[in-house]
Each structure stands twice: as structure tokens, then as C-alpha cells.
Design a protein around this ligand. Sequence first.
Ligand SMILES: [Zn+2]
Length: 400
Amino acid sequence: MSDDDRFLFRGLWVWNGRDDGRIRTDVLVSAGRIEVVGPSAAGVARDARVIEEPDATLIPGLVDGHAHLSFPESSSPTAVEDTPPEETVFVTMHNARRMIDAGFTSVIGAGSPKLRSEIVVRNEIDAGRVPGPRLLASTPTLTATGGLNDTGQLHQQRDVSAIIVDGPIAMRRAVRLCYREGVNVVKLNISGDDFFPRPRGRVTTMADDEVAAACEAAGELGLIVAAHARSAESVKRGVRHGVTIIHHADFCDEEALDVLEAAKDRVFVTPTTSFYHGLLHLSHWPEELLEQMMVREAFEANVATHKELHRRGVRMLLGSDYGISFMPCGTNAADVGHLVRYLGFTPQEALRAATYHGGLAAGAGGHNPPGGGRPTFLWSRAIRPAIPTSSRTPTICWSS
Ligand SMILES: [Zn+2]
């Protein structure tokens, strides 16, 4: 669809991402932007091409709250850090196109292995030179020595995909350096991950004063803080110090659930349940390896935690580490179906997580208000299978 075209969508369903109902009305699209929504659209449509899609539903653009556009598609465990910066920029650029083609108009980065790859691609998208969603560029993961992504050892020198940070002074410096280079999001690894032999997911690796320093420095600079937090203690540390997006949260205890519930007006959670779905059904990894990683046990904990958080009204986002080899960028909308299937969301609740909550989270840093960038429009058929209520109808997205 050319940006120069004008379209009048006559009498289609429109849903704003937030309310319970949808309305049937007209929508005028001009030069790729939604110009008028409502009965007056037809009156100013002039020479616009009329499209009648009575079964189609117009919804806000999808937002992924935990994506890795800079991950190369490879099953090698060291591919992320071994890919040179130049190639990583191209990987990021190609994945940005896949995301917009799949109906995602905003993406919140969750760790870019090279500091400037998401930043430069975001800048190119903003300048209109390459296609892509509104991209909130992330730091590499900030992790303590021995923490998740610190894959180096004394006998070898590796350029790892994280910035290794110990102590609050070093943490402030790292956040300020990443700010200077242009990021929107600070990504912390507060806990380990069962993906690796150590530290495992229940181990908390980032000290309290380090998390505090990161959140304080980021807050002053208007950056969003997102955290990899699988252990109960990592969730509590993150939320108490002001992390906006908690990723995973699999092993919450009662106190961690309470802390999240008490902060539900300022915090968002990405359940990442699809990640386990991917490991079990898409990765084709040997059963032995899945057992070593305790995938089924973690999956059970994840589902129990997020069903409970959902019951308590904690806001969830789409995003489950898409970008890793068996869950390529562009397939992210499968999350909508998984929120319904595994966590008991209604289809509308899942779509609200995918749109309205994502838009709120993307604006949480104060410097990137949702809808503050240029609106984007696309005619997306990619998410059809993920929307049970309209599984046979095309969907149009606009930015949220
Ligand atoms: Zn991730």
C-alpha cells in the first residue's frame, strides 16, 4: 500500500484498545495516516478509494514490551555476542521491518547485545529512511560479575553481550554512558536464568544498592528501566526501586506478588509464557536439555504466578523474548493467543495488553509519550490467527 493513497474504510468495526465495546463507523486514511474516525470521514473523503470490509476490525497497533531485534537468527549459544556490530545493525534493521509488517507499531527493547545497534536503527526509522516500528532502544543488559550474560572466564577474553557493572558508582556511570549514546531503555539482569548452568533463575545476582543506583540515574534522565527478574527477590528489588517493566517474574513468592500488586499503577509485567511454549513446542531441543533447564517446572511456576497477578489486576504486556532462534521476530503476535490459552485472559484482555498497556508502558519514561511520535498505519493480516473473536477477518492497525 502506497503512502500517497487515500482510503475510506466504510462501516468497519473500530476498537480503541481500552474500552469493552467496539463501534461500527467509517475511517479515512490518507498518506499512511488515520485522518478521520467517525461518520464525518465520508464527507471529506473526496477521491479516496472506498473499501468495504464489514467484518474487519480496526485496532491500535500492537506493542511488544520485550523484544530482541538485535539477536541474529542462530541456535548457537554464542552467536549473539560473536556477531560483529556492523552485522548486528543489519539484523536489527531487517527485524524492524518484520515487526512493522506483522502489525507491531511500537517495540520496547529488552537488551541489545551491541550498545548502538538499536539506537542507529531507531534513528533511521524516525528519519523515515528505513521501515520499522517506533523503537525504544535498549542498553545491552547491565549485569553484575557472574550474572546472566557474563559469559567470560579468566582464561579467555570475550566481548560479551552485556555491560558488566559492580557497585552503585559503576552502575550510575554505565546508565549515564548509555544515555549519552542515545538509549531509551535501561535493561538490568537482576536474577539469573535457567537457560544457563549458572546463575540459575532463582538466584539473585544484582545487589540492592546497584538496582537502586540504576533506577535513580535512569529516572533522572527520563529513561525506562526494564528488568530480567525471575527470582522472587529480584522482583521485589526491582519493584521497590522503581523498575517499570518486570520481565518473567516466574518464581514469585507471596511477598513478591503483594509487592507487584501494591505497585500495579506504575508497573507492567511481561509474563513471557510464550517462551516456555517455544521451548517445549518450537525449539526441537532434546528432552534431556529441557530437563536440565527445568523447563516444565519453570513453566508451571510461570503460569501460576501470572494467573494470580492477572487476578490481582497487575497490567501485563506482550513480549516473550522474540528474536531468539526458534521464535523469530515477526511471530510475536502469537503471545495474544498464549495469554488466552495459558493464563485465562479473555481475547479482549489479551488485546488490551497488546495495545493499550503497551502504549502506556512505552510512554513511562516521560520522554517518549505514547502516540507522541508520528502515527503509523498498516493493513495487517499477520495477526489473524491470534485473535479468536475475528479469526477470519483482516485487521488494520494504527499506532498506540
Ligand atoms: Zn529477553
